[in-house]
Design a protein. Structure first.
Length: 64
C-alpha cells in the first residue's frame, strides 16, 4: 500500500502585544511517501484502519 502525505503548513507568528501586526511568517511544504508501508524496524504498519503507525505527524515549534 502506498502511503502518501502532503503537508503544507503556513504559520504566522504574532507579537503578544500587537496581534494585528505579524512579525514574521513561516512556510513549510513537505511531501513524504512510505512506498513499502514499513516502520523503521521493518514491521508492517497500517494493517487496520485504527492502526496509526504509518500516519505521519510533524511538529514545528517556533519561539522568540
Amino acid at each position: 500500500m502506498l502511503t502518501r502525505s502532503l503537508l503544507l503548513l503556513t504559520a504566522i507568528i504574532y507579537c503578544a502585544d500587537l496581534l494585528k501586526n505579524p512579525i514574521g511568517s513561516l512556510r513549510v511544504a513537505v511531501d513524504y511517501t512510505n512506498t513499502r508501508s514499513k516502520l523503521v524496524s521493518g514491521k508492517s504498519c497500517d494493517t487496520f484502519p485504527w492502526n496509526f503507525k504509518c500516519d505521519i505527524y510533524f511538529k514545528i515549534c517556533v519561539t522568540s
